[in-house]
Ligand binder design. Structure first.
Ligand SMILES: [Ca+2]
Ligand SMILES: [Ca+2]
Length: 74
């Protein structure tokens, strides 16, 4: 019982950390801005899978490019 209460207490903190990490959907390389490096990685992975698959549909494609462009400079 004590251990499950402890896990529940940690859960809100973990949720906040995940939300912050995902606050910029187009930031593929995770450097905090959406720019040329993210676009380069997206194009390098184009047609395949990887971090460039932002929308998670299994392939790096135009949908992911649109997300990067819409978040550009953010
Ligand atoms: Ca970036
Ligand atoms: Ca995709």
């Amino acid at each position: 019982m004590v251990s499950s209460e402890g896990a529940a207490a940690l859960r809100p903190q973990l949720s906040i950390m995940v939300a912050e990490a995902a606050s910029i959907p187009g930031d593929i390389d995770g450097d905090g801005v959406v720019g040329g490096k993210d676009l380069a990685q997206l194009l390098d992975e184009w047609g395949g899978s990887g971090a460039g698959d932002i929308d998670g549909n299994g392939v790096v494609d135009g949908n992911d490019l649109a997300i990067v462009l819409s978040a550009w400079g953010g």
